[in-house]
Design a protein around this ligand. Structure first.
Ligand SMILES: *[C@@H]1O[C@H](CO)[C@@H](O)[C@H](O)[C@H]1NC(C)=O
Length: 383
């Protein structure tokens, strides 16, 4: 009874939120579904994890299949940020300190058929990109206030800022992941052997993205274009802790199989790690193993839920249980789009049709920054 009233009130709130365009998604929670997770995550009295997973599947997956893809909902058009210096292909963007965004771009380099050998070795004739590849940009004016990463990166890809302010980058050219100090942008940790592709504990194959837990303990790496796994590291020491995932063996692919895992995001309080499984045109979410003390039954990499047939998902990021993603065109003529999915209900909506991005970031006000290639730009969209 009481929950029915709350639910009705929430529905009213949701439509108000949609109309005025404010980003207040915490008002959009279904408290019952959040509690269902939290009992499992943090309370001894909750159902067992497998029971809760079954519940999550029942709650979310059927809805997702009905709701995605959709062209309904709010249409939004973005504005290109007038960046004060030349941008190459913008492979990633993240929210920096004090009203800045941090862009990772390829300077004069483009990814073409000369970039890699058939064994994924980077063309040694090219060397590192001379341009500065990291811009710290005033998000209000577009002025580049600092630049970094000259002569260091071969083919910039992912960039993530962790809660401690460290900047994590992936370089698909060198097959490495670097944790950069947030002030100096110098590497404090490097993972993978430079310019040597591989799939063992010491190598990556074109790693695409990093997600870091809020406490700074764990870093997850999506690996990558020529790998089909997610690797979990101790974010301070770089020690490999766990890994999961394998290449497709079937069509449609099985749970836990990846065909270009291209982007990662953690939904910390649900203990979920979601993976943009790009060429399988789906998002898969797994137990992240963040609260190990409470979660003996939930090993890292245990499949939890998925959203399928959503187009080639290039990037996903999460804020307050809202998963925002961008997709590219696919061979069947699906249009690129930006979508937002409520993780508590599984409902998704398109709100920027035709926008194809390579990466995205969301600030605390709900401004989304989309990194694009051709044109090389950063688009701002308020959700
Ligand atoms: C890269 O550096 C070259 C040489 O300094 C410069 O002409 C060019 O504008 C730079 N390009 C980008 C995209 O930064």
């Amino acid at each position: 009874m009481v929950s029915g009233i709350i639910f009705a009130a929430l529905l009213a709130t949701v439509s108000a939120v949609l109309e005025d365009g404010q980003f207040q998604p915490d008002r959009n929670f279904d408290p019952n579904s959040v509690a269902a997770y939290e009992d499992v995550l943090y309370g001894p009295a909750g159902p067992s994890y497998p029971e809760a997973v079954a519940q999550v599947e029942a709650d979310i997956s059927a809805e997702e299949q009905q709701q995605m893809p959709t062209s309904a909902g709010r249409e939004r058009s973005g504005a290109s940020l007038a960046v004060s210096k030349p941008l190459g292909e913008v492979s990633a963007v993240a929210i920096g300190k004090e009203g800045t965004v941090i862009a990772f771009h390829r300077g004069d380099r483009t990814w073409n058929d000369k970039s890699f050998s058939t064994e994924y070795k980077f063309n040694p004739a090219l060397g590192p990109i001379k341009n500065s590849t990291i811009y710290v940009i005033d998000a209000a004016t577009g002025t580049v206030v600092a630049e970094h990463g000259e002569n260091r990166f071969y083919m910039p890809h992912g960039l993530t800022v962790d809660k401690q302010g460290n900047v994590w980058v992936t370089d698909v050219g060198s097959h490495q992941v670097h944790k950069l100090d947030g002030k100096t942008f110098e590497p404090v940790l490097s993972l993978g052997e430079k310019l040597v592709p591989g799939s063992d504990d010491g190598h990556f194959c074109q790693p695409t993205d990093v997600a870091v837990s809020a406490d700074g303990r764990f870093a997850f790496v999506a690996d990558g274009y020529c790998g089909s796994r997610v690797v979990k590291f101790d974010a301070k020491t770089g020690k490999l802790l766990e890994q999961f995932g394998s290449p497709d063996t079937a069509y449609p692919a099985e749970a836990g199989e990846f065909f270009v895992p291209h982007s990662l995001t953690l939904i910390e309080d649900l203990n979920l790690l979601c993976v943009a499984d790009r060429e399988n045109e789906r998002i898969q979410c797994f137990a992240a193993g963040l609260a190990a003390g409470h979660r003996q039954q939930a090993p890292t990499g245990m499949f939890v839920t998925k959203a399928e047939n959503i187009g080639r998902v290039y990037a996903i990021r999460e804020r307050r249980h809202y998963l925002v993603g961008v997709t590219g065109a696919d061979a069947e003529g699906l249009e690129p789009q930006m979508f937002m999915m409520d993780m508590d209900t599984g409902k998704a909506e398109t709100f920027a049709k035709g926008l194809d991005g390579h990466a995205l970031a969301i600030d605390d006000t709900g401004m989304v920054y989309v990194a694009r290639m051709h044109p090389n730009e950063i688009v701002q969209i308020q959700i």
